[in-house]
Design a protein around this ligand. Structure first.
Ligand SMILES: Nc1nc2c(ncn2[C@@H]2O[C@H](COP(=O)(O)OP(=O)(O)OP(=O)(O)O)[C@@H](O)[C@H]2O)c(=O)[nH]1
Ligand SMILES: [Mg+2]
Length: 172
């Protein structure tokens, strides 16, 4: 096989969402990229703008699929663990997302709008389970809540995602 060095892609700006089934990964993914419509159940790895990857919750929740998650993460710069604010059972397997030690591992707590939400409790769980980086809180009901994460992931002006432009309100 010929080696096409010029075809190699730097994916250090890419990020991958991982976490339990129904945590709200795809809803968040769609909000980050301004994709319209409600999230459908994720069946396979989804890519967006060459910098974002959304994974099916099964990759995370079924140990026999861990290899899929680990392979998918192998060339991604930032790993993002997603858990809902009303889910108090952190099933983050020790080492699963920290095998790539040099990479930032950040957390996102979704569904902060729910009556049963306790983001402080979920954040404490995430810390106990090895999420060392920033932990963001978002709600699909409050579109502005994703803006800090959006700036971090696609760059302050959207330059890491070709063709992607920040919303007007995210410029401040
Ligand atoms: N109230 C509320 N519901 C949310 C929020 N985010 C997602 N949901 C709902 O949670 C359910 C699951 O959302 P998804 O985004 O499909 O979850 P997922 O993590 O992608 O699930 P898988 O693809 O199965 O791994 C859907 O019914 C969403 O509408 C939120 O911030 N608030
Ligand atoms: Mg999904």
């Amino acid at each position: 096989m010929r080696h096409h060095a010029h075809l190699s892609v730097d994916r250090s700006h890419a990020f991958m969402l991982a976490g339990p089934i129904g945590a709200g990964k795809t809803t968040l993914f769609n909000a980050l990229f301004g994709r319209p419509g409600d999230a459908q159940k994720t069946q396979a790895i989804e890519y967006e703008a060459d910098i974002g990857l959304d994974t099916p919750g099964e990759f995370f929740s079924h140990p026999r699929l861990y290899h899929a998650l680990i392979n998918t993460a192998s060339d991604v710069g930032t790993l993002i663990y997603v858990q809902a604010a009303d889910d108090f059972d952190c099933r983050l397997p020790p080492g699963l997302l920290s095998i790539y030690r040099e990479r930032p591992l950040i957390g996102v707590i979704t569904k902060t709008d729910l009556a049963a939400a306790d983001p402080d409790r979920v954040e404490a769980l995430m810390r106990e389970n090895g999420i060392g980086g920033a932990i963001f809180r978002v709600s699909a009901r409050q579109p502005d809540s994703v803006l800090p994460l959006k700036r971090l992931l696609v760059g302050p002006t959207g330059e890491w995602a070709p063709g992607f432009v920040h919303d007007e309100e995210s410029q401040g």
